[in-house]
Design a protein around this ligand. Structure first.
Ligand code: SF4
Length: 702
């Protein structure tokens, strides 16, 4: 009753990469409510179930960490200390390790949910001042294959299209994604477009029949792991039928001949058999693409999270390139970012093999530019440890200290029991968190309580390169501090100059300056400009009246030759193959109303009503062979661990494949709910993204 509609604070939903605008109100008790913002171009007022209920996660502070804590030795409990004690001790320990074992003995593991300013300052601290590139993010588990795919084909990690292209497209090829559940508001736009224009074609490529299939003209229910084969087969049909853009291929691309040779290696019959699809359906997909004026290929984790994730990305982007359907209204490849600020993190170089402002770590000129800009140490040319490599290095004793910020690797990493054993062996673990539920706290030597969404200001970039300002709306509880503030104080305690920021905007402006003359230029962009325009897409050019809605309209790509690269992607298989011991293929993914490790969404009753507990999806024929009835408890085993869950029998999943939601972890000390007990440690060789979408398991009645 004491809710007031004013003042309203325009902000952005902090769940998925769609980046919907919200208007937040607060009452005199600092409880907030929110609605979708009709003036935000990304969602035009709409919110999905998670976004609509976001305010509950802020108002319910029952699980919040409130004070810094230290465990003085591994056998003692955590105890409350002051911020100075926590950060002085951490600075002393870091200095000791760096002096004794070198800068690569410490690492930061951060999150696609960090604000851009937070990502920037952590990156600057470790790469520019500590002298190691050991910073990686859970975006490694999410978008790193897409990053490599874009760089190899377009010359830079650049999403070419904007959301307004949706209404201009007449063919969507949605692969390795269930946007109806995972990017709902974007999908609402596709649904509305299809409803108004029934001739628009929707092709869904997925081993599961998901809610996204409800509006599909064609569901290609392929065998898991056969995406490259399928994309190549479609490419072959397009070439054979002459449905390619010869002008674009000759004037704006390179590599077509080698690509043609590769896609012609297999007959259509062979490809159809490998994929488990009908030849007619492959031809129909090619026909829909060929007949379209606007063709959007849309993908997310089904392609990225694979031991051949980069190949899958390249084989898909090739379809846009050979048809010349890129850099035009309604056309282009479109990666759906998983996390709200994975894009912003990439812009400031928040991966262990990147530099700030999309500069290249391998390029000595770029390293020198960044070093001189920061005024710190020489930047190491050696890529740092990636997400999973950090935990391997902890286990081997090479990495001594890890600082985990805004993520829960003990739920989200593959082969997670091994990661847990590694964290147990770590010499020093810092956990910077908002929730007292994270499994990592059991291994923390220091716990730093962080401010949450709406308790701090900063910016995020969504899937269409759109930067939105997020205001501080309420005070953080007790002694919680914004992540950037914590890092700033720590850097000062380490004795580093260049961290005397008075506010978050100074960090943002500094980041903007470093982007000058790059393809992601946002120099001169300020919080005031962002607030005035509600949001801005990069690149932002001060003198231009229009924002940069889509890239490459002049077909000049960011490669040295300015040509797009059509890659001759080898069609290889690198996952573990099913065998007599482990006959099923395991794939994992999201459910509609939970987010990641559930530290926020599990607090909301309404969201828990949708699906109350984890489950194993299994095909009725497989279930019958194993005498498994619906809802009975089954044990699922892999080479790496075990889970025990209820079976959900459904013909939405292919025979021979089983599915587990990714969101579930330990309940007290019982880890048998934890999906990632089962997942394989295999990685893509280039992107180092894990093979979450293809494991091998057996299923037995409990
Ligand atoms: Fe939030 Fe994503 Fe839902 Fe939009 S679609 S409200 S960003 S969770």
């Amino acid at each position: 009753n004491n809710h007031t509609k004013t003042p309203q604070f325009p902000s952005t939903c902090c769940y998925c990469g769609v980046g919907c605008g919200v208007l937040v109100s607060k009452d005199k008790n600092n409880n907030i409510t929110l609605i979708g913002d009709e003036n935000h171009p990304s969602n035009k007022g709409m919110l999905c179930s998670k976004g609509m209920n976001l305010h509950y996660t802020v108002n319910d502070r029952s699980d919040r960490l409130l004070y810094p804590q230290i465990r003085y030795n591994k056998n003692m409990p955590l105890q409350r200390v002051s911020w100075d004690d926590a950060l002085d001790r951490t600075a002393a320990v870091f200095k000791t390790f760096i002096n004794k074992y070198g800068p690569d003995s410490v690492a930061f593991y951060v999150s696609g949910q960090c604000l851009t300013e937070e990502y920037y300052i952590i990156n600057k601290l470790i790469k520019g001042f500590i002298g190691s590139n050991n910073i990686d993010t859970n975006s490694r588990l999410c978008m790193s294959s897409a990053v490599v795919g874009y760089k190899m084909s377009l010359g830079e990690d650049s999403v070419p299209i904007c959301y307004d292209d949706i209404e201009l497209a007449d063919c969507f090829y949605v692969t390795g994604a269930n946007p109806a559940w995972c990017h709902p508001i974007l999908w609402r736009r596709v649904e509305a477009h299809k409803a108004q224009n029934p001739e628009v074609k929707i092709i869904i490529v997925d081993p599961r029949k998901t809610d996204s299939c409800a509006i599909a003209d064609l569901h290609l229910q392929l065998n898991p792991g056969t995406d490259v084969t399928l994309n190549h087969a479609i490419g072959k049909v397009l070439i054979e039928n002459g449905d390619i853009d010869f002008g674009f291929i000759s004037n704006h691309s390179q590599g077509f001949d080698a690509y043609q040779a590769i896609v012609f290696e297999k007959s259509l019959e062979e490809s159809a058999k490998i994929c488990g699809l009908a030849i007619a359906d492959i031809k129909l997909a090619a026909k829909y693409i060929a007949q379209s004026k606007g063709f959007i290929s849309m993908w997310t984790m089904g392609l990225n999270q694979s031991s051949v994730g980069v190949n899958k990305n390249l084989s898909l982007i090739n379809l846009n390139l050979i048809t010349g359907k890129i850099g035009k209204p309604g056309s282009g490849p479109f990666s759906l970012t998983g996390q709200p600020n994975a894009m912003g993190g990439r812009e400031v170089g928040g991966l262990s093999n990147m530099l700030a402002a999309h500069k290249d770590l391998a390029n000595p000129v770029h390293r020198k530019e960044v070093q001189e800009f920061w005024g710190g140490k020489e930047i190491s040319p050696n890529p740092g440890l990636t997400a999973t490599e950090m935990f391997d290095a902890l286990e081997e004793g090479k990495l001594k200290a890890i600082w985990i910020i805004c993520t829960n690797p003990l739920l989200s990493l593959p082969n997670v029991r091994k990661a847990e054993a590694a964290l147990k062996k770590a010499k020093y673990v810092v956990v910077q968190e908002i929730s007292d539920k994270s499994e990592c706290l059991a291994y923390a030597d220091v716990v730093l309580p962080a401010a949450a969404w709406a308790e701090k200001e900063g910016t995020m970039t969504n899937s269409e390169r759109r930067i939105t300002y997020l205001p501080k709306i309420v005070d953080a509880p007790a002694e919680c501090l914004p992540d950037a503030e914590i890092i700033k104080i720590f850097a000062q305690k380490m004795g580093f100059k260049g961290f005397d920021y008075q506010n978050q905007e100074e960090i943002f402006i500094e980041h903007g300056k470093l982007t000058a003359n790059t393809n992601i230029n946002i120099e001169g962009l300020t919080y005031d400009i962002l607030k005035k325009h509600r949001s801005i897409q990069w690149p932002y050019l001060k003198h231009k009246k229009q924002q940069t809605k889509r890239l490459f309209i002049d077909h000049q790509f960011y490669t040295p030759s300015k040509n797009a690269i059509i890659s001759p992607v080898p069609d290889v298989f690198k996952s573990e193959r099913p065998n007599a011991d482990f006959p099923f293929i395991l794939t994992t993914g999201r459910i509609r109303d939970q987010w990641h490790t559930r530290s926020k969404t599990s607090k909301v009753n309404k969201l828990n009503q949708h699906i109350k507990q984890t489950f194993l999806e299994i095909n009725p024929i497989d279930a019958a062979q194993l005498s498994i009835k619906n809802e009975v408890v089954v044990t699922v085993n892999s080479n790496y661990g075990q889970v025990r869950v209820k079976a959900k029998i459904t013909d939405a999943i292919k025979q021979g494949v089983v599915f587990l939601p990714m969101h579930y972890g330990k309940i007290l000390n019982n880890d048998l709910n934890r999906t990632n007990n089962l997942t394989s440690p295999l990685l893509d060789a280039v992107s180092k993204e894990p093979d979450f979408k293809y494991g091998i398991v057996n299923v037995v009645k409990y």
